[in-house]
Design a protein around this ligand. Structure first.
Ligand code: ADP
Ligand code: MG
Length: 331
């Protein structure tokens, strides 16, 4: 059997089933955006890691080192934000070919440091090795108050499903870069903005029941929330927020624009569920406290595996969890 036959998520499940368990308490282990651990202080400790690999996550011909550095820390911060937390300390490990220009590495770290500065992260260590291609792996800690902790597993029937910002823009941006299209809109792909402030507002609102960041596509993230909350979901295609550039790219290359949002990924927006009695409060909160748009795209239903998407004509179709999956051939 090859790893391409089972895919990324089944491989993680298979590996983690065999992990040795100590007596140390783990509040949340594998399966959420970050692990949640007890700390000696009043706040819980969050821990996450993400890796970016040349020619898998970026190309040196289309992303500059500043952007690569920015993205490598931003995507980790996004996983801490998705738990309702704030990032604190990072260890940065880099693999570089021997002939890499020192200036490249300086710029990589300038990008990383700009994000670190913006979100108050201290880089406190790492590792530096030679490798056949550029690899950046960051391990990031964060903190959250117990009452603000946001999990994937606590959505309830009747909750509304919201997304922040617009979705699909990152994979549309990737198409612009790969096909050298004369269309603006590559920022979201090259330099995603982690939604830390927004996640904090949502976590403290008291109405948000579950949260995840969109790294693999809306369909995949809804699947994760529903699987872990043992619920279903119904979403409405026409309500999914797309940017003008995303429509433009889709039209230019003859693709359904909603496919970028559902199956594309790397938007690093938040997808969350909200108690129905708090939906107008949360919308109001966003209007008053930040510039980020908020859109309701559907609701949570009772039955696990009843994942439905209504198309533009109101026809219900099964929602496939077909986001980006390492090892299988993504279209
Ligand atoms: P995200 O997209 O939020 O970064 P992933 O899909 O990468 O999350 O990972 C899903 C879950 O599986 C996370 O809890 C992550 O920590 C865990 N995980 C991923 N790869 C491994 C691995 N090789 N060993 C142990 N846990 C892993
Ligand atoms: Mg995540």
């Amino acid at each position: 059997m090859l790893i391409r036959d089972i895919g990324e998520f089944n491989l993680i499940k298979r590996l983690s089933n065999n992990f040795v368990k100590t007596k140390r308490p783990v509040i949340v282990g594998i399966g959420d955006d970050s692990a949640v651990l007890n700390s000696s202080g009043s706040r819980l400790q969050l821990m996450t890691t993400d890796m970016l690999v040349e020619n898998v996550h970026f190309r040196l011909s289309t992303a500059n080192p500043f952007q690569i550095g920015w993205k490598s820390l931003a995507v980790n911060i996004s996983d801490i934000a998705a738990m309702g937390g704030e990032p604190t300390y990072a260890c940065v490990s880099i693999g570089l070919p021997k002939n890499t220009d020192v200036d490249f590495v300086d710029k990589l770290y300038l990008g990383m440091q700009e994000v670190a500065d913006k979100y108050s992260v201290d880089i406190v260590g790492g590792d530096t090795v030679s490798s056949p291609q550029v690899i950046i792996n960051i391990a990031l800690l964060g903190e959250v108050e117990l009452e603000n902790l946001m999990l994937r597993s606590s959505a309830k029937e009747g909750d509304y499903i919201f997304v922040t910002g617009d979705v699909g823009g990152s994979s549309a941006g990737l198409e612009i870069l790969e096909r050298q299209l004369p269309i603006n809109g590559t920022e979201k792909h090259l330099m995603p903005i982690p939604r830390v402030q927004e996640a904090g507002l949502l976590a403290k609102s008291g109405y948000v029941t579950a949260m995840i960041d969109i790294s693999d596509g809306v369909s995949s993230e809804i699947y994760h929330i529903c699987e872990q909350s043992n619920t279903g979901a119904r979403i409405f295609l026409k309500d999914i927020p797309l940017s003008d550039n995303t429509y433009k790219v889709a039209k230019t290359i003859g693709k359904d624009p909603y496919d970028f949002a559902l199956y594309g990924g790397e938007d690093y927006e938040l997808l969350f569920t909200c108690r129905p009695d708090g939906a107008s409060y949360v919308k109001e909160l966003f209007l008053n406290r930040c510039d980020t748009p908020l859109t309701c795209i559907g609701h949570i239903t009772a039955n696990w595996l009843s994942l439905v998407i209504e198309d533009e004509n109101g026809v219900p179709l099964p929602l496939k969890p077909a986001g980006y999956n390492h090892f299988v051939d993504n279209q």
